[in-house]
Design a protein. Structure first.
Length: 130
């Protein structure tokens, strides 16, 4: 049986928003989910420059990919989020909470100059253990 424990060393600040570390024991399978962006049904960028709509689409896609691999979002142990503007951070926190609850697994957030298409404002990749 897979056991996932979130932790922070006693000497390291434990933020309310994400785990500083994740210990996985007993896992049989790891899922590595490629960076998800907001696509429409034809494979074009979706939602124009609407950050909230793109973020929700990204997390729906991430959830679908995780479930297709036989897991749930509770099995996600690591997220990496790429934002084209760090000012989206506050809006992102509330949207992420809709999918993961108030505390995320281990998480890295990076502001970058651009993604693969200029319309994309966010990309998220994940690792899940089951």
């Amino acid at each position: 049986m897979t056991r996932i424990e979130w932790y922070a060393a006693d000497s390291v600040y434990d933020p309310p928003s994400h785990a500083q570390g994740v210990k996985v024991t007993g896992a049989q399978t790891l899922l590595f989910i490629a960076g998800q962006v907001a696509f429409d049904e034809q494979g074009s960028p979706a939602h124009g420059r609407d950050f909230a709509a793109q973020a929700r689409e990204v997390f729906r896609s991430l959830e679908a990919q995780v479930e297709a691999g036989g897991a749930t979002l509770r099995d996600v142990v690591k997220l990496t989020t790429y934002l084209t503007d760090i000012r989206y951070r506050e809006e992102l926190n509330a949207i992420r909470e809709e999918f993961f609850g108030p505390k995320l697994p281990a998480h890295t957030q990076v502001a970058i100059a651009a993604l693969g298409r200029p319309e994309w404002l966010i990309e998220v990749e994940a690792i899940a253990a089951l």
